[in-house]
Write a protein that binds this ligand. Structure first.
Ligand code: ADP
Length: 643
């Protein structure tokens, strides 16, 4: 409770509206003598003069002492007139002995108090004034607090036709206080204030009700409010309701934003899981399709059969490309693109690219040229897989959208320091070109230019993925094109310079050798078709290999406990009974050497297996992604066997 005696020292300006000069003098003398109040008095002999004074000094007077019988206004209407013009005024009325009843009515109508002339002394007068001033100050502070907290209060006595509301209620409803609400306003159906009536109807049945809802203000703005309403009965038997209204629009909006964000995050998580599992489920049978067709190719086929197999292989490559694009696009959206750093030989990478692409180009009778400037270094450290992906996309597009002429790849050195080199790669084609008004759109996901009469395969994901791959490695990408003449796609990218070590030579450059000594592989895989593909692929490459098969992780452990150690283990990840992570961890931690030291390659359809925390803790030696590239599998097995 805040207590203060400042009222005794603060000077309170008081306006006395009284036509009887003698009586006015008496009041002045009383007040000057009163010890309880320190004040200055201004005297006006008529209502009009009083109102002029109030108008001239808005908010100046702490209290108005009002005689109800004035020359220009008589009785109750004196107060009514005054309060209509100054609704917030602190008024104490003075009545004669005969019309004391008027005083009671005046208080009900908004006066703070009433005094009966001749019935008070200086102390009583000072007390009445002081209390009214203090009460008014407290009300002002309450209103300020309500304004800050956006809480308003209201009360209503329908049987007496009384409705009072604090300033904040008006502010919440966006209605100026100049037009105070009346009982009629809240009775009117369809008006925003009818809400108070509805609350009262509900409160009649219970004690206290609480409700949160949207309201539409008169200016059409919508606000979200929290309301309470309580009904009580007075001694005289009147239906009184009072309540609190709080504007919680900002809180509601923040809550809705949070909900929307949570939902978006959850959706993104679900989508990510969905995409990851779909890609896994698609890769597993794809492994069988591409593996089996590789094996079939080596079984002595007729020309027609070979053609069919090539079509199967091409289609599965396209399908795999789409799966990879979708995975990459989803990783880009979730800001999860990962880059690795390892040694690569730049010219070798471009030669391999040309080797791969020359078939596509020659099928369309297009030339394919590579010009690497002589000053471009050979040895770099960076993500060569991603560089390949960028080149594969851009060169693939150049061939796809060119019908005659050639595709030229140029590599230039544009910046060179002791540690870094910045390269500019240009892919020039003599193809269909891109119109000026569509060129800005082609880097947007799923945007594809329609060409009447021609259908070009594609998803519209290649360029946005390529752009992200370049930009997230600190590079820039761009295009220049002339419709009908051709396009130049170019990108700049910096790589660290690095010399190769032995390991890089082994995995990247060495040819696949044949082993003269017999050796054994334990293949842990639950998918029957994939067991067959891997076993046959390995046996075709190395006739002296012995491939043991375990159907799941448990079976693998049992096999290792009961047999002499194998030379290498190929481990699927997702399996019943015991998955590949936990099986590998078991072999590493619970088994004795030499079993615990056997090299283990993860063979998985999980595209981002290395991002998996368990991949590292399980201590795999390497991994091969399914559908596997046979050469990659052979090289990795060979590398670990030779160690
Ligand atoms: P996709 O090739 O799968 O349609 P991309 O994102 O790689 O998707 O390319 C988007 C669009 O940009 C293509 O559909 C094509 O209209 C246009 N485009 C890309 N490369 C070239 C090019 N070299 N020549 C002409 N148009 C191209």
């Amino acid at each position: 409770m805040l207590k203060s005696n400042s009222k005794l020292t603060t000077n309170h300006p008081i306006l006395l509206i009284e036509d009887d000069h003698h009586y006015a003098k008496l009041v002045e003398i009383y007040l000057l003598e009163a010890e309880l109040l320190n004040c200055t008095i201004t005297h006006c002999p008529s209502l009009q003069l009083g109102m002029d004074e109030l108008m001239a000094k808005p908010g100046h007077y702490a209290v108005v002492l009002l005689d109800l019988s004035l020359p220009d206004s008589q009785g109750f209407s004196t107060l009514y007139n005054l309060l209509t013009h100054f609704p917030k005024l602190n008024v104490i009325v003075m009545t004669g002995q005969s019309d004391k009843r008027l005083g009671v009515e005046a208080v009900k109508a908004g006066a703070q108090d009433f005094l009966v002339k001749g019935k008070f002394d200086e102390d009583q007068l000072a007390k009445a004034l002081r209390y009214s001033i203090e009460r008014n100050n407290i009300l002002l502070r309450l209103e300020e607090t309500q304004g800050l907290a956006h809480i308003g209060h209201w009360e209503c006595s329908p049987s007496e036709h009384i409705f009072n509301a604090s300033d904040e209620v008006y502010r919440i409803f966006g209605r100026p206080f100049k037009h105070p609400l009346t009982c009629e306003d809240i009775l009117k159906e369809g008006s925003p204030f009818h809400l108070f009536m509805e609350l009262q109807e509900e409160a009649e049945q219970g004690e206290k009700i609480q409700k949160d809802c949207w309201i539409k203000r008169e200016d059409e703005e919508e606000r979200f409010v929290s309301l309470t309403c309580t009904g009580t009965k007075t001694e005289e038997g009147h239906y009184i309701f009072y309540g609190i209204i709080q504007d919680i629009t900002e809180r509601k909006q923040a809550e809705e934003l949070r909900k929307a964000r949570d939902l978006a995050e959850q959706t993104a998580r679900v989508r990510e899981q969905f995409i990851a599992s779909i890609s896994h489920e698609m890769r597993t049978p794809m492994n069988a399709i591409s593996g089996m067709s590789h094996l079939l190719m080596k079984t002595g086929l007729s020309g027609e059969q070979e053609e069919f197999i090539v079509s199967i292989q091409k289609s599965s490559e396209v399908l795999l490309g789409i799966i990879n694009d979708i995975l990459d696009a989803s990783a880009i959206q979730n800001e999860q693109l990962k880059f690795t750093n390892h040694y690569f030989h730049l010219r070798e990478l471009f030669y391999q690219l040309i080797n791969l692409m020359k078939h596509k180009a020659s099928e369309k009778k297009l030339g394919l040229e590579l010009n690497i400037a002589p000053n471009v270094p050979d040895h770099f450290c960076g993500d060569s897989v991603r560089l390949n992906q960028i080149l594969y996309n851009l060169v693939g597009n150049a061939i796809k959208f060119t019908d005659k002429g050639k595709v030229v790849i140029e590599v230039r050195l544009i910046d060179n320091t002791e540690e870094m080199a910045r390269l500019k790669v240009l892919i020039k084609d003599t193809g269909i070109g891109i119109k000026e008004d569509t060129i800005d759109d082609i880097f947007k996901p799923f945007s594809r230019v329609l060409h009447p009469g021609r259908i070009y395969e594609g998803t519209g994901l290649g360029l946005p993925i390529t752009q992200s791959l370049v930009e997230q490695q600190g590079g820039v990408i761009g295009v220049e094109s002339k419709f009908g003449e051709g396009s130049i796609f170019y990108f700049e990218i910096s790589y660290k310079k690095e010399l190769p070590n032995n390991k890089d030579f082994l995995t990247n450059a060495l040819p696949i050798t044949s082993f003269d000594e017999p050796f054994s592989i334990l293949l842990v895989e639950d998918h029957k078709m994939n067991q067959l593909v891997a076993k046959k692929t390995l046996e075709k490459q190395w006739p002296k290999v012995y491939v043991h098969i375990a159907d799941d992780g448990e079976a693998a452990i049992q096999f290792l406990l009961q047999h002499p150690p194998v030379d290498i283990i190929l481990m699927d990840i997702q399996m019943p009974r015991r998955d590949g992570f936990s099986t590998t961890q078991y072999i590493r931690e619970k088994m004795d050497a030499p079993q615990s030291k056997i090299p283990i390659l993860a063979m998985t359809a999980h595209a981002n297996v290395t991002a998996h925390e368990q991949y590292r803790t399980a201590h795999f030696d390497n991994f091969v992604l399914k559908p596997f590239d046979p050469d990659e599998l052979f090289k990795k097995i060979q590398y670990h066997l030779q160690r």
